[in-house]
Every structure is written in structure tokens, then in C-alpha cells.
Design a protein around this ligand. Structure first.
Ligand code: ZN
Length: 492
């Protein structure tokens, strides 16, 4: 039985979907105005594990992850320039070019990290109508007000009948105190109110008509509107990074309750933050490393390149609710660990079986049961990793003839190791795929030589033709002439 930690109730709960056999899961995706970094990789990998595990358990999962391409202002409050519009202005391109460019790069990076694509990936800019409808519903319910063409959520009024701050464990007073340093409330009745719709300034490019003004939706609206559209008024899981709990997800709860009368989400899940060398990651701190910089090693803080699978493995070695501190040393250690795992998997293919062996399928069954129990315990990937490492010891002992295993036991062990390493942890053997590429390259080269030989033959250039055949044969290739041309194989 899968148990997950629900941020809302602050305890681990048994997972029961709203509709038997089906799971609806929404994860906040990136705001596409820059290259993906570790802060993107961690939620992507965390919820990829959940997605894989739920599917493996037999659920039909609809996994929605949005792309924010409008409305995310520079200061997560309702101030500042739109992040994408600002980048577009600086680079003298269209905002949608910025969004398209970085969305593509995000997809590439996620694919390299072995993250399965979500079932639906909606764009905020493609759901303006749904967001306008949401704003209207909140206005109709009396929990929002219009001010100078913009619409704001009336937090104080909402808090009379509901608890604004329940997800982040705050009360309204805390929120008010925390925001007091900001001067002036401008259009808002109260500094804590948040924008549902913003009237666009004349220079603002991304704008849509609405009943209140030409403008754009507030950032928190998109996830409420798109979650509801694709997963229904009530759905199972909503996830994201811990930094989204407040204000983003807190506002989402308020919007759902204000518009439909009750909460939409059954389980809230949040992954903890990534630090680099113990420090918060930040552009101003000079420790901001993008995923592509990790993959290429081109950053002053890195002594070498780290492959996508090393990054994935490193993320999985920590529990998703713990902070994860990246350092060059820690990554180097993760690489060693990953190599060890794949070495063991390779050795598993060359083990002799014995009928009267000390290990039987019982060993693999126990390993499997423990790995499932670890994932059931709030997705404890570090436990799975350490169980796989323990199994690596046994595999070494088998390969070194220090212990024995029977046929059935070996088959089960192989299958369990493969299921957890590849299917559930989503790891890929990059070295092996490198071999495949090499093989493709050399067979391409042999084909090319045989084409040249065919050309030589048709030109009656027997010297060249024989030279190619004899050369290949000396290298261990058997070349056979048929009616349709030559075929080759590597003689054993
Ligand atoms: Zn969101």
C-alpha cells in the first residue's frame, strides 16, 4: 500500500484514488524564460518516479504538467515585468519565441534525465478563456473585486469563512506581518490580496481582452483552471517544489474553494529544495548551474562533466523531502555508485547456476518485497538504492564463485534488478548505449567499404575490389557475395 506525505495534513497517508484504478496528477511546470537547472530537475525526477510507480502498480495515470508562458511576474507578488516579456525585450524577439525556445530546451533536458513526458502539457497562454471564467466565478461568489481594470482576490474576506494559509501553516496575521514592509497597497484593498487579472500597461505585449480590461491572468490562475479542465473539479495529487507552497499553491486552494465551494486537491506533495555547496542556488551567488552546464562540465564550480544519469541518480539518492546539496565531490561519488550498479548488472549476465545452490528465488523475492516496501513508504528512493547496492555485493560474490544460485533464482534476481533500476528508478546505462552507438558507427563504415567495393567491381577495378575484401577478411569480417550484393558478418 502506497503511503505519501500530504503537505496539507502534515502526515503520511495511505494513497486511495478518488476513482478506482485511475489517478489524476498535476505538477507545476517551468516558467520558460531560461535554461533548466537543478531546481527544475528535482521535481521532474521526483514526480517521474511517482508517475512510473503508479503506472507500474496498475493505475491508469493522467499526468498533467503545465508550461507557464505568461503571467509570471518578476516578483512572485503582483509586481514587476512578466519574466518572459522581459527576456523578449532584452533579446529583441517575440515573447512566444522565448517561450518556445526554452520549452524545447526544457524538453530536451528532461528527456536526457530519463523523465517520461507527461500525458498533457498545457500552456497557460492557451487557456486564457478558462482563466477568465475562473476569475468571473470568484467575482460572482463575492471573493474578488475589480480595481482599475484589474481583479484581485479578497483574502481578508475569504479568511472570514475559510483558512487562508492552511497549506503553508500560516494564519492571515503572519501573512500580513510578513508583507508589511512593502509600501503602499495601490489598487489593492489589502496588501495580501493577489491578482487574478492584471490590466496590461500600454507597453505590455502579451495581452488578451476580458470583461475588465485588456490584460493577462494572474500567475496562480493557470494551474487552478487547467487542473480543473484536464483532471476535473476534484483530483488526486498536486505536486511541485516546496517553494511553490506559498503563495502559489495556497492561492490555488483559495481560488478553488472560492470558485467551486470546496477544495480540488486530495493530496498535496512537495519536493524539498536544492542547495549548492550548502548555499541557496542563485544567479547573484555565482553558483547557478544549468543542466546543460552539468552535462558539458562548463562551469567554474565543476571539475568535470556529469552525465544526465549521474544527475538523476544523485537526485534519487536523497529522499525527495530532504534538502539536496550538490557539490562536485558528491556528484563524483554518485557517478562511482552508478558505475558500480551497472557493473553488477553486467556481471549478472555471466553467472553460472548450480542446482544445489545456497541462493534460490527466495533471495530475489525478498529483495523485491523490500524495494516495494521502500517505494510504498513515501517513495523512499534512497532505500531502494541502498537495497540495490546490497544486492550488488551478492552479485559480486556470485561472480567470484563465493556463493551459488540456482537457475530460477538467477532469473528472478535479474528481473528484480532490471525492474527497479530501469523501469522504476528510470536509470539508463549510458555506457551501454554508447556501445550501441559505436556498433552502429562501425557497421556503417563496413557497409560503406562494401559499397566502394561494389563500385570498383562494376568498374572492373579488381585490384581495389580484392584489396577491400582481403582487408576486411584480415580484420575478421566474413564477406559473402550474393545476387543482391555483398553481405558481411563478424566471424567469431
Ligand atoms: Zn502551478
Amino acid at each position: 500500500m502506497l503511503t505519501i506525505y500530504n503537505t496539507l495534513t502534515r502526515r503520511k497517508e495511505e494513497f486511495h484514488p478518488l476513482v478506482e484504478g485511475h489517478v489524476g496528477m498535476y505538477v507545476c511546470g517551468p516558467t520558460v524564460y531560461g535554461d533548466a537547472h537543478l531546481g527544475h530537475a528535482r521535481p521532474a525526477v521526483t514526480f517521474d518516479i511517482l508517475f512510473r510507480y503508479l503506472r507500474h502498480t496498475g493505475y491508469k495515470v493522467r499526468y498533467v504538467r503545465n508550461i507557464t508562458d505568461v503571467g509570471h511576474l518578476e516578483h512572485d507578488a503582483d509586481e514587476g515585468e512578466d519574466k518572459i516579456a522581459k527576456k523578449a525585450r532584452l533579446e529583441e524577439v517575440e515573447p512566444m519565441e522565448v517561450a518556445g525556445y526554452y520549452a524545447n530546451r526544457f524538453h530536451e533536458a528532461m528527456q536526457k534525465l530519463g523523465c517520461l513526458p507527461p500525458s498533457i502539457e498545457p500552456l497557460a497562454s492557451g487557456h486564457i478563456i478558462e482563466q477568465i471564467r475562473l476569475v468571473q466565478e470568484i467575482l460572482d461568489a463575492g471573493f474578488a473585486y475589480e480595481s482599475n481594470g484589474s481583479v484581485y482576490f479578497d483574502v481578508e474576506k475569504y479568511n472570514h469563512s475559510h483558512h487562508y494559509g492552511k497549506l503553508s501553516g500560516r494564519n492571515l496575521e503572519d501573512v500580513i506581518n510578513a508583507s508589511r514592509h512593502l509600501d503602499g497597497v495601490g489598487e489593492k484593498r489589502n496588501q495580501v490580496d493577489f491578482a487574478l487579472w492584471k490590466k496590461a500597461q500600454p507597453e505590455h505585449i502579451m495581452r488578451w481582452p476580458s470583461p475588465w480590461s485588456d490584460g493577462f491572468p494572474g500567475w496562480h490562475c493557470e494551474c487552478t483552471a487547467m487542473g480543473r479542465k484536464y483532471l476535473g473539479q476534484h483530483f488526486d495529487i498536486h505536486g511541485g517544489g516546496m517553494d511553490l507552497i506559498f503563495p502559489h499553491h495556497e492561492c490555488e486552494i483559495a481560488q478553488a474553494v472560492a470558485s467551486q465551494g470546496d477544495e480540488a486537491v486530495h493530496y498535496w506533495m512537495h519536493n524539498n529544495m536544492v542547495t549548492i555547496g550548502g548555499q541557496k542556488m542563485g544567479k547573484s551567488l555565482g553558483n547557478f548551474i544549468t543542466l546543460n552546464q552539468f552535462f558539458s562540465g562548463e562551469h567554474p564550480l565543476l571539475t568535470s562533466a556529469y552525465s544526465p544519469m549521474t544527475i538523476r541518480f544523485f537526485i534519487l539518492q536523497a529522499h525527495y523531502r530532504s534538502t539536496l546539496d550538490f557539490s562536485d565531490d558528491a556528484l563524483a561519488a554518485a557517478k562511482k555508485g552508478l558505475d558500480r550498479l551497472f557493473e553488477a548488472l553486467a556481471r549478472l549476465d555471466n553467472i553460472n547456476v548450480a542446482p544445489e545452490a545456497s541462493l534460490t528465488e527466495e533471495f530475489a523475492n525478498q529483495l523485491e518485497a523490500k524495494c516495494y516496501a521502500a517505494l510504498d513508504d513515501d517513495l523512499s528512493t534512497p532505500q531502494v538504492v541502498s537495497l540495490l547496492f546490497e544486492a550488488c555485493h551478492t552479485i559480486s560474490a556470485l561472480a567470484d564463485h563465493k556463493t551459488t544460485i540456482n537457475q530460477k533464482g538467477l532469473e528472478r534476481l535479474r528481473s528484480v534488478m532490471h525492474t527497479f533500476t530501469f523501469d522504476l528508478l528510470g536509470l539508463q546505462n549510458e555506457a551501454a548505449s554508447g556501445n550501441a552507438e559505436r556498433e552502429q558507427a562501425y557497421s556503417g563504415a563496413v557497409d560503406m567499404l562494401l559499397e566502394l567495393r561494389a563500385k570498383a567491381k562494376s568498374a572492373k577495378d579488381w585490384i581495389t575490389s580484392d584489396q577491400i575484401r582481403d582487408g576486411l577478411s584480415a580484420l575478421g569480417f566474413e564477406v559473402k557475395d550474393t545476387k543482391d550484393g555483398a553481405t558481411w558478418r563478424l566471424a567469431k
